[in-house]
Design a protein around this ligand. Structure first.
Ligand SMILES: [Zn+2]
Length: 396
């Protein structure tokens, strides 16, 4: 073989090797065109008439973990449980998933997804408590309030953020902060705990205006969350914290503390209650691809959930539903056999993804949540769980 032939053969072999390595190591990405995707809303969930639900819960605690997907849940299972202890996640007897799409397609934002969770109706991105034609949709808290329930919202995000807003307000954009705040003040909520964000910036009212609006309805607690200082047992209460004040278990207050105080206050009302709990830490940490913050957020979330589950177990008449509004970050929990059992976290995006998200439920009526397919099925079910016969409780 001549030299030039040898060189040519070696070059071909090297190129072939590079090609094989590229094929092996590079991910194969494809685009899905709209003809590959199916956006149709599907048939509404068939669950019979409301009265056909034989066992309605006395109380409902609905926990939304903003931005939490199955990989976040996998991380929680890997990192949270203590030696010999059952993970709180395993205490849910129903474990399923839902597809969080909005009416635009598979991706959603918290406004559309929380509106679907709160009202049972899918809508556009950014919309709060309205359908695609702008019609106001009754949410599960409004239905419960009209039936005499005590109601409350606890969030580690800002009080007018899209998720809490969808359970209290109706407006075409989640950015309408002053409108949402006014609707929070005009609502029948018994309590709202959460932060402030971007005060005085963009279209957001300044601090003085924000607190003036809140104070129209609520007695405002400081960060000690001392319920004993509230003058009237039926007085609606609020606790409003600074931007990013509530984050991990070292913050004052902690998210679990807020959940504990909020839950106790609703129990004290001595009527059926529905409590909405939002943990937004997963979404914020995942947009930033901040793995350490995700782990800290999961610890706070698990501690809050443990408080809820302990109460529900003792009470026996409380339905607890845990879900997410969408996944954020395309998080993946990875390891390799060489360094097993060490694990590492990787991310595919800083945005929301279209992956399905967990639905967990326990307590009276929990089994119905095994039928859930879309986010709005959850809203339909929550509304069906409200006891219509309570009604004549005094209006606060
Ligand atoms: Zn987000």
């Amino acid at each position: 073989m001549k030299n030039w032939q040898k060189t040519s053969m070696y070059t071909s072999l090297v190129l072939l090797l590079i090609l094989v390595l590229l094929i092996y190591f590079l991910p194969i990405n494809i685009s899905l065109s709209s003809s590959d995707l199916h956006f149709s809303p599907g048939e509404p969930l068939e669950m019979g008439e409301p009265d056909s639900i034989s066992e309605k819960p006395e109380n409902i605690i609905f926990f939304v973990a903003d931005g939490m997907g199955f990989s976040h849940l996998s991380l929680a299972l890997m990192t949270q449980q203590k030696e010999g202890e059952m993970p709180v996640w395993d205490e849910f007897e129903v474990r399923g998933w839902h597809d969080a799409r909005c009416t635009y397609g598979p991706l959603t934002d918290s406004g559309a997804s929380a509106t679907a969770l709160a009202t049972g109706v899918s809508t556009f991105w950014e919309v709060i408590g309205q359908d695609t034609s702008g019609k106001h949709l009754e949410n599960v808290l409004e239905l419960a309030q009209n039936c005499g329930y005590a109601t409350g919202i606890v969030t580690d995000s800002y009080v007018w953020d899209a998720t809490p807003a969808a359970f209290v307000a109706h407006t075409k954009s989640r950015d309408n902060s002053e409108d949402i705040l006014n609707q929070i003040a005009d609502s029948k909520l018994d309590l709202i705990f959460g932060e402030l964000e971007d005060i005085g910036e963009d279209n957001n009212p300044d601090l003085e205006t924000t607190l003036e609006i809140i104070d129209r309805r609520y007695y405002r607690l400081d960060e000690r969350l001392d319920i004993s200082e509230v003058p009237d047992p039926g007085q609606p209460i609020a606790a409003i914290f600074k931007e990013d004040q509530v984050n991990d278990l070292n913050s004052t207050p902690t998210f679990p503390k807020m959940v504990e105080v909020g839950l106790n206050r609703l129990i004290e009302q001595e009527k059926p209650f529905i409590m909405i709990v939002e943990c937004e830490e997963m979404d914020a940490a995942s947009h930033a691809n901040n793995s350490g913050r995700v782990i800290k957020g999961l610890k706070a979330m698990q501690e809050a959930l443990t408080i809820i589950m302990e109460y529900a177990k003792k009470d026996g008449e409380t339905l607890v539903v845990f879900t997410s509004d969408h996944e954020t970050g395309g998080l993946s929990a990875n390891g390799n056999y060489g360094s097993y059992p060490d694990m590492f976290i990787s991310w595919t995006t800083r945005e929301h993804t279209a992956t399905v998200v967990p639905v967990l439920a326990t307590g009276p009526g929990a089994e119905l949540f095994s039928q859930v397919r879309r986010n709005n099925d959850i809203g339909i079910l929550l509304k069906k769980m409200i006891k219509k016969e309570v009604v004549n409780a005094p209006e606060s």
